[in-house]
Design a binder for this molecule. Sequence first.
Ligand code: NZQ
Ligand code: ZN
Length: 423
Amino acid sequence: MKDFVYNAPTKVIFGRNKENQAGQLIIEYFSTYEKDTKPNVLIVLGGGSAVKSGLLERVSNSLKDFGIKFLSISGVVPNPRISLAREGIELCKKHNINFLLAVGGGSVIDTAKAIGYGVANPEIDVWDIYSGKATAKGCTPIGCILTIAAAGSEMSNSSVMTNEDGWLKRGYNSEYSRCKFAILNPELTMTLPMYQTQSGAVDILMHTLERYFAPERSFVKDNIASNGGIYGGPEGIAELTDGLAESLMKVVIKNARKLMNEPNDYNARAEMMWASSLSHNGLTACGGTGDWSCHQMEHELGGMFDVAHGAGLSALWGTWARYVYADCPSRFAKFAVDVMGVEPVYENGTEDLMKTSLKGIEALEDFFRYIKMPTCIKDLGIEPTNEQIAQMALKCSFYHKRKVGGFHPLDASDMEKIYKAAL
Ligand code: NZQ
Ligand code: ZN
C-alpha cells in the first residue's frame, strides 16, 4: 500500500431534526476555538428551497434560541457564480461576520467557502484563488446543513466556482475550507426533484469511481497492464480501500434504484447522504491518487452550458471509459465483476479481460439509463458545435499547459475526441 495522508476533521451530526442543533453547534465551536469572541453569522442560501420547506425558519429559530446574531444572503445558483460570493464578502466585511452557515447543496457550501476565502484573504481578489494566481492563507469558519446528497462539499476540502466573465468554472482545494460541522438530516433531501436526486447519485458514485481508477491501485490480479510502468505493481494494492470503494459504489447504485420508486424511503436517503460525505472526504482514495478527467471535462460543460454536474458526468463517463480501458483492463474487469456484478467472460479457459471490462462499462451505462441520467451529451439537451468543443478542450487543457487524468493522461486533442464521441 502506498503512503497517504487522511484528514477528515468535519464533525458530522446525522439524523432526523438535527438542523435544530445549529445554534448549539455554533456556540460549541466558539467556546472551544474562539473563546473570547461572540458568533456573528452569515447564513448562505440557494434559490428558495430552504425557505419553501420551512428549513430556514427552523435554523433561524435555533440560532435565536442561543442569542446568535445573524444575517443572510440568498440566490446561489447551481454552478455558483463568483459575483454572488463577492457580494457576500462585502457583506461580511461590513458587518464583521465571523462564521458562515451554508444551508443548501454543494453550490451553497462552495459559495460559503469562496466567501470565507475572500474575507480571510482581503489583499487578493477571490477569483485569483480559483484561477491559480493566488493561494489562500485562511478561510472564515464554516458550518453546513446539507439539503442534497451529491457534491460531498460538506466534508471535502474543495470548492468549485464559475466566473461569468469568460464562463470559466474552476475548483480550488485547501484544508482551510473544511466545514467545522456538517448537519446531515436525510429527510431534508425528500423535497428534491428526482432529476436532482439522481444527478446527485451519479456525482457520489463518480467521486469514488474517479479515485478507483488510480494508477497506483490499478495493478490488481496480474501483470496485464499494457503500457507497463505507470501502474502500481504489488506495492500499490490497497485491498481495504478497494473494498470500501466497492461497497460504497454498490450501496449508491442499489439505493439510487430504490429511490426511483420510493423517493421517501428514509433509509435509502440516509445511505445516499452518508455516501455523499464519505465518497469525497478522501476515504476511498487512501493509498492512491485518482483519474479525475471526467470531472475536469464536465466542469467545462457546466461552465459553458450550465448543466447539472452529476448529469454532465454520466454523459461523459462511458465514452471516457471506452477511450482508456485498454490501458489496464484488469482494473476495469475488477470494477465490472466486483461492483457491477457482471459474469467474467472466458475464451478458451482464460478470462478475456477486455470483454469483461466492456460488459462492466455497459452495465454502468444501463444503470444511468435506469435512473434517467444521460449517457451522451445530447441527452443533456445541448448540442455543442465543433467550435465549442474545441473551446472546451482548450480551456480544460489550460490552453495546452496541462494534461488531465491520472489513470490515462489526456491532452486537448484527446479531450476533443472524447467530447465528439460522447455527443
Ligand atoms: O437553490 P435551491 O432552491 O436550494 O435549489 C437547489 C438547486 O436548484 C436544489 N435543491 C437542493 N436541495 C434541495 C433542492 N430542491 C429541493 N429540495 C432540496 N432539499 O437542487 C439544485 C442543485 O443544487 P446544487 O447545490 O447545485 O447541487 P449539488 O450539491 O449537486 O452541487 C453542485 C455543485 O457542486 C460542485 C459542482 O461542480 C456544482 O457546481 N461540486 C463541488 C464539489 C466540492 N465542493 O467538493 C465537488 C464536486 O465534484 C462538484 O464539482
Ligand atoms: Zn463531482
